[in-house]
Design a protein. Structure first.
Length: 444
């Protein structure tokens, strides 16, 4: 029996070793987005060779602190801040060329090289002005039933993709094809908006032809081949998810979801690789929960009585500037996300924001129709009808922002982390105690 236990420990250690030393890794959000994925990608990209974004658009926002400098990125992978990396916007991403060019200019003005390091897949779809106009129009017509989108044109762009009328990056360089697509789509959208000419063919065509020339050198025909060859060569490839698991358009809180698949499988599909090529999946979660926009939020606290201050917690959306809704940690949510993503480990962020809270609640179940669930019930479409089941924990009431080793964390903080591991069926591997790169520790 003793020998079997020793063998079990050895096998477990080997699994952890293989996972941590993985050559291809996905970072996904396990809540509603804004979990700190950008920071974790920046941290993990220290030894990465290639960083790939596989889905979403400029409705996502990552804030990365490097020393005294703060960078806000919406499209370009966070790994661009590491000079040795190659970064890819994959075929599953929807791209607003104006926003992308603004980000390139911002990075270059800060002395960060982009050319020869940033690549765009020709398969990626293009957001055009009529997508943004249609997005706002549709939201306004929903009135009280609006989703709360960022109005960046993401949904209409993905809808055009599904309806097979979209414009891909590769189309920008085929004049006749691009002209025909824009002409038909402008006429279609103007008609859908009541015959009002919200966009003109000439204006869109001329503007985007200019964008095409500026982006020409970034478009790489063999992006997907480059990623595949990097994996085959045992290089470190990091896949950067956007948004969060419960904004996924299949398994999220439908209809309050985004327009792409935000789980690990969706990232793979958008990057053009098979799931079997992934060695490691990291689920990023906050030490509590937040959400931007409309939709159910089981553990949401009344802002008037919330012990977590939105501004102190830096809970202001990068893309919209809206204050985020705040709630207690929801283990039902995260346990479900761990399963959906096949996550090997958790990265726990913003632990420091709980430092001064005397009593901390953990949601350990949902009470619904006389039954308590530890994962989200299938087809429980309106989560506003479930009641959270809480455990209450003593806070640690001491500053963690300057701690760099897990062993040095307050004992009560370590107990809180251990309980999250048990409830969510995944080990916590990384812990963040502040926005800066060095405020991250590895839990051995």
């Amino acid at each position: 029996m003793k020998r079997m236990k020793i063998m079990s420990v050895v096998v477990c250690a080997l699994v952890v070793s293989l996972s941590v030393g993985a050559t291809s890794r996905i970072v996904v959000g396990a809540q509603f987005g804004d979990e700190g994925k950008g920071k974790m990608v920046d941290y993990l990209s220290g030894d990465a060779d290639v960083i790939v974004r596989g889905q979403g658009g400029n409705n996502a926002g990552h804030t990365i602190m490097v020393g005294d400098s703060e960078y806000k990125l919406h499209l370009i992978p966070s790994g661009i801040l590491r000079e040795h990396t190659q970064c890819v916007l994959g075929g599953g991403v929807v791209i607003n060329p104006r926003v992308l060019l603004e980000e390139i200019a911002m990075l270059e003005s800060n002395g960060i090289s982009v050319r020869g390091r940033l690549w765009i897949s020709p398969y990626a779809h293009v957001i055009l002005p009529y997508h943004e106009a249609l997005d706002g129009h549709v939201e306004d017509r929903k009135a009280g039933a609006s989703i709360g989108t960022t109005r960046r044109g993401i949904g209409p762009c993905y809808a055009d993709k599904v309806n097979r009328v979209g414009v891909r990056v590769g189309d920008l360089f085929e004049a006749d094809r691009f002209s025909g697509l824009v002409a038909r789509n402008v006429a279609r959208v103007n008609k859908a908006m009541g015959g009002v000419d919200t966009t003109s063919f000439d204006g869109v065509y001329d503007e985007y032809c200019e964008y095409a020339e500026k982006l020409r050198d970034f478009v790489k025909d063999d992006c997907e081949v480059m990623i595949d060859e990097a994996i085959k060569a045992k290089k470190n490839v990091l896949f950067e998810g956007a948004q969060g698991t419960f904004l996924d358009n299949t398994f999220g809180t439908f209809p309050f979801v985004t327009s792409s698949s935000t789980i690990a499988a969706g990232v793979c599909g958008g990057a053009g690789i098979g799931p079997s090529r992934i060695d490691d999946c990291i689920a990023v979660v906050k030490a509590y929960t937040t959400r931007v926009g409309n939709g159910p939020f089981v553990t949401e606290m009344d802002p008037a009585n919330c012990p977590i201050e939105a501004r102190k917690g830096r809970e202001i959306a990068v893309t919209t500037g809206r204050l985020r809704r705040i709630g207690w940690f929801d283990a039902v949510l995260v346990k479900t996300a761990v399963r959906l993503n096949g996550a090997h480990a958790i990265a726990l962020t913003k632990l420091d924001i709980l430092d001064a809270i005397e009593k901390i609640k953990l949601c350990v179940g949902y009470s619904y129709n006389g039954k308590v669930y530890d994962q989200i019930p299938a087809m429980c479409c309106d989560l506003s009808v479930v009641t959270p089941v809480y455990e209450e924990w003593d806070g640690w009431m001491s500053c963690t922002a300057d701690i760099r080793r897990y062993d040095d964390l307050p004992e009560q903080a370590k107990k809180y982390i251990a309980r999250i591991e048990t409830l969510c069926n995944a080990p916590v591997r990384y812990i963040s105690v502040g926005p800066e790169r060095q405020q991250t520790m590895i839990k051995a």
